[in-house]
Structure formats: structure tokens, C-alpha cells
Design a protein around this ligand. Structure first.
Ligand SMILES: [Zn+2]
Length: 333
């Protein structure tokens, strides 16, 4: 099977959904700073989250959290642990309703614009019929996108509120609540071809253990989407008054192209497909607008002419170099 590598995606598709980033920057920023404060109260991380080698010197600070980059695998690590206390507070308090907040709106639009292209990409790589389970399905947007494309899929998540949102939208495919300690068993028993983890791997406390279980299971393919340490992280490092989408709260470490390659090699996976696209330039655009000085809203038109209208082209440069803020990967287990 020849590896498929694709780049970029039209940002204009998602600009409607993310419009609220402009309106409620402060709300999200306050939430992120609160989570970061909690994070800095945890014990120090001793080992790289990806390769387990010893953590080295702090390199930079962003939104009051210190970070370092692993000498061995180039993974980005926050210097504190994502302890049980931290994780429980972030994902599960008030039945996770805080965490669920951004997922409630625009269900159908998200399925169409964000999740259906992911199913199309997966089909393009695998080129055959498959069934799927998803760990960390959230409200089930991807499971719904699979249903629309006649793919049998079941989603699991630890967040009760997200699961109950998803149940309202699904007809054939299912989403189910799972306790974290039962996830390994779920993988072991699965008779499905593909296991999807979309924006999930980076949230797991022990990502390597889940990968080992997948390796031992009957699952043939792994579909992951992970955020990356990228240009966006540099933007966030400068604009401390803007909500940091990439490095804050539950993102206590980030993959890089190199640290992902390390993960693939170590687990003896094979990369079948890659899709590199980010929202780095949109993040820069958002950060600059929030910090610009103007009297008249005509200024925003000028901003579009000299910047906004070229976001896709500028982003394409970062995507092609594989230094953008997100990647989709299909791996043979
Ligand atoms: Zn490492």
C-alpha cells in the first residue's frame, strides 16, 4: 500500500464555527488560565510523556506554564504531571459540563465541515470496507459522520454529558459511556478493523499503555488526530492576552513530527496516510486583531485585504513543511 500524504484544508469552511473565538476570547482565556494554574500545582513531570526519557531544562513559558522539549524524541512537555486530580477536575467535574461547553453548539455543521472530511480521508487511505470504534468520541460528531457515509461505528467516552448530546443525533451508530479503567478491555474485545482516537491520545494519562493494548488486539488500523507543537505555540507565547487554543489546560504536552515518528517506530506501526493541516495562521490573525489599535471598523476590511484573504495560502507553507498545529495519521497496527 503506497503511503498517501495530503496537505491543507480551506479554513473558510470552519470560520463560521470559530467566529466565537473573537467574541468570547476573555471567557476562554480566563478558563485556560484557571486550568493552567491548577496544572502548575501538580507534582513535577520527571519523564517525557512520549519516550519516557528524563525531562531536561525548561526552555520557555507560555500563559504561566513552563515547557521543555525532549532531547531524545523532540516531544514538547509541560513540566508538571497530568495527575489524577488534574484530569478529574478538568474532564469530570460537574459531569464535565465545563469541558463540554464548546461541543454543544453547531452539531450538524461540525459533522459536515469538520468530521465528514475526516471520514473521506480515512476511506481514501484504506480503500476498502471497514467497521470502526472510537475512543474519546466526545458528542459523537465523527460517529455521526460515519453513519452518514454508511460506515458501522461505535463511539465511547468518559463524559456523560457529551454522550447524552450525541445520542440525540444518532440513528444507527451508537455512542456509549465508558469508565476509563474499562477502555483496555474494550480494545481487547473489539472485532472492528479501525480504532479512531481523534484529539484523544494527547489527553490520555498513559498513552503508551493504550498503544500496547492496541498492538496486541485484533484491531488492524489506528486513526489518530493529534495537536502538534508548531507555529501556533510561538504565537501563543507572544500574545498572553489571547486564548491559547494549543498550549493550555488539558494539553500538557504536544507531539512533533519527530516525536510521532518515534512513536510509530517504537510500536512497529506503519504509516499509511498523513494529512497535515493547521490553523496556525488563523491563530496569528485572531491574536493580531485582538491586539490591534483602530478607531473605525473599516480597519477590519483593511485587515482582510492585507492578511485575512491570504490565510489559506500562508497556512499552506506551514502544512507542506509539516510544522502546522495538527496532523491526521492512519497507521497499520
Ligand atoms: Zn521524549
Amino acid at each position: 500500500m503506497k503511503k498517501i500524504v495530503i496537505y491543507s484544508k480551506k479554513i473558510s469552511d470552519v470560520s463560521n464555527i470559530k467566529k466565537d473565538f473573537f467574541d468570547v476570547n476573555k471567557k476562554y482565556l480566563d478558563k485556560a488560565l484557571k486550568e493552567n494554574k491548577l496544572y502548575t500545582q501538580q507534582i513535577k513531570r520527571k519523564n517525557c510523556k512520549n519516550c519516557n526519557s528524563k525531562i531536561n531544562k525548561i526552555i520557555f513559558k507560555s500563559h504561566k506554564v513552563d515547557y521543555t522539549i525532549c532531547n531524545k524524541c523532540s516531544h514538547l512537555n509541560g513540566i508538571y504531571e497530568d495527575s489524577n486530580k488534574f484530569v478529574n477536575k478538568i474532564y469530570l467535574t460537574e459531569e464535565g459540563s465545563n469541558y463540554a461547553l464548546p461541543y454543544k453548539k453547531d452539531f450538524k455543521l461540525r459533522v459536515k465541515n469538520i468530521y465528514t472530511p475526516k471520514v473521506i480521508f480515512l476511506k481514501k487511505v484504506l480503500k476498502k470496507k471497514f467497521s470502526l470504534i472510537e475512543i474519546g468520541c466526545g458528542a459523537g460528531h465523527f460517529i455521526k459522520a460515519c453513519e452518514k457515509m454508511k460506515i458501522k461505528a461505535t463511539g465511547f467516552d468518559v463524559n456523560r454529558e457529551l454522550i447524552s448530546i450525541g445520542k440525540n443525533y444518532l440513528k444507527k451508530n451508537k455512542v456509549e459511556l465508558v469508565k476509563e479503567q474499562n477502555i483496555y478491555n474494550l480494545i481487547k474485545k473489539s472485532k472492528d478493523d479501525v480504532l479512531a482516537m481523534i484529539s484523544t491520545l494527547e489527553h490520555l494519562q498513559k498513552p503508551n499503555i493504550i498503544l500496547k493494548h492496541i498492538k496486541k488486539s485484533n484491531i488492524k488500523y489506528l486513526y489518530i488526530v493529534v495537536p502538534l507543537f508548531s507555529f501556533s505555540s510561538l504565537v501563543e507565547n507572544v500574545f498572553n492576552n489571547v486564548y491559547p487554543r494549543q498550549l493550555s489546560g488539558s494539553h500538557t504536552h504536544l507531539f512533533t513530527k519527530e516525536s510521532l515518528n518515534y512513536l510509530v517506530k517504537k510500536n512497529n506501526f506503519k504509516i499509511l496516510g498523513e494529512w497535515w493541516f493547521g490553523t496556525d495562521i488563523s491563530d496569528l490573525f485572531r491574536s493580531m486583531i485582538l491586539n490591534s489599535n483602530y478607531y473605525d471598523t473599516r480597519f477590519l476590511k483593511i485587515y482582510r485585504k492585507y492578511f485575512g484573504d491570504h490565510i489559506d495560502d500562508l497556512q499552506n507553507v506551514l502544512d507542506r513543511k509539516k510544522i502546522c498545529c495538527e496532523v491526521h495519521m492512519v497507521l497499520k497496527v
